[in-house]
Structure formats: structure tokens, C-alpha cells
Design a protein. Structure first.
Length: 214
């Protein structure tokens, strides 16, 4: 009797041990853990499944066009200087647009050393300062005393001729008037006669001292 009960107890314990081993062998995860599978244990259907990768082509950066130096434009401007007591025409290049102020300042600066200026001179004093204003085709040249009064009469005439001939060759200027310290003055014409105070002069007034040399 006792042997029968002992046998039954041993068989029940054996079953419990086997059941425990079987549960552990199923690989069920405990909380918060997982069990890694070997490569041989991964189902073939999962191994054969692939994910297509999307390739994005990044366009190359657009290169900026090469930087080029800005093109500088010039105007051909007529200037008048003195040769053997006559006024002759010369040409210079002035950065475009050549304004009346640029032209006047260039004339007052004298002979260009880099140009073909052999035998030429300017009757205008190098220290002379003047401003110009153009209205309705009339250029008003303003200066301060003594202006040209320190020059000999012939050079005064040639100096005025330089100013008038140069300025009236510019577009939009047909006449010139002179003032000193805010007062309009008389100026000599090409023939030596004086204008009335505030009278305008033109290109034709100085044809008498204009050289035909070109």
C-alpha cells in the first residue's frame, strides 16, 4: 500500500519536472526580455523578404556665372588749346557720360601729358576754379576774382575762346555766359571787341582765332 502511494508520488513529480522543462523549451519571453534566434532558426519567408531602398539624387549645386569686370564706356570730347596764338581742336576720352562739369574741369586741368600735345599750351591759368550750370542751352560759367583779368589781352581772348569753343561742342549747349562773384561780366570776342555785360557768346564768335589745323 505504501509502495503504491510512493510510486504515484514519484510519477507525479516526474510529470511536473517534464512539464517545466517543456515550458522553458518553448522560448516564451519573460517580461522585459527577448530571446535571440539563430540564423538557422529564422523562417525562410522572412529571409527572402527585402525592402526596396529609395535612392534620392541630389542635383549638383548651380554654379554662379563667372564675374567679369564692368565695361567702362568713354565719350570722345573736343577740347581747344592754343598753338601760335591760335586755338586748335584736340580730342580726349572722358568716362561716359561726360557731364559739363567733367568737361570744364578737364579743360581747366591743362594739357594732357599723354596726348599728342607738342607745341600746345593753355591760356587758362592753372589755378583757375570755375563752376558750370546749363539751362535751356545756355552754359553759365561762374568764377571768382580775378578770373582772367591778370592775363594779357590776347591771352584773355584766347582763354575765353578755349572755354566757349569747348563747351559749345557739347550736346545741349549753344551759348555761354560768364559771371564773377555772382555778377555777369563782359568778355572779349574773337575779334577783340567786348560784349555787353551779361551778353551770351557762341562758337561762331571765335572763328577768327580758330586754327584750321586738324
Amino acid at each position: 500500500m505504501n509502495d503504491t502511494r510512493a510510486s504515484r508520488s514519484r510519477r507525479l513529480a516526474t510529470r511536473l519536472i517534464v512539464g517545466t522543462v517543456l515550458v522553458a523549451g518553448c522560448g516564451l519571453p519573460d517580461e522585459g526580455r527577448y530571446i535571440a534566434m539563430k540564423d538557422a532558426e529564422i523562417p525562410e519567408v522572412l529571409v527572402a523578404t527585402t525592402v526596396a531602398a529609395t535612392t534620392t539624387t541630389v542635383p549638383p549645386e548651380t554654379e554662379a556665372p563667372p564675374t567679369t569686370a564692368s565695361e567702362v564706356l568713354f565719350d570722345v570730347v573736343e577740347f581747344y588749346f592754343v598753338s601760335a596764338n591760335r586755338v586748335v581742336r584736340t580730342e580726349r576720352l572722358i568716362v561716359s557720360p561726360a557731364t559739363p562739369t567733367q568737361v570744364l574741369d578737364t579743360l581747366l586741368s591743362g594739357i594732357d601729358p599723354g596726348s599728342e600735345s607738342a607745341g600746345l599750351r593753355s591760356a587758362l591759368p592753372r589755378r583757375l576754379a570755375a563752376a558750370i550750370e546749363v539751362r535751356r542751352g545756355v552754359a553759365r560759367v561762374s568764377s571768382t576774382a580775378p578770373f582772367l583779368s591778370e592775363l594779357e589781352p590776347l591771352d584773355q581772348r584766347l582763354a575765353i575762346a578755349q572755354l566757349v569753343l569747348t563747351l559749345t561742342r557739347r550736346p545741349g549747349i549753344g551759348q555761354v555766359i560768364f559771371e564773377v562773384d555772382g555778377t555777369e561780366i563782359q568778355v572779349p570776342r574773337g575779334g577783340g571787341d567786348l560784349t555787353a555785360k551779361g551778353a551770351t557768346v557762341t562758337y561762331d564768335d571765335y572763328l577768327g582765332v580758330l586754327s584750321t589745323r586738324d
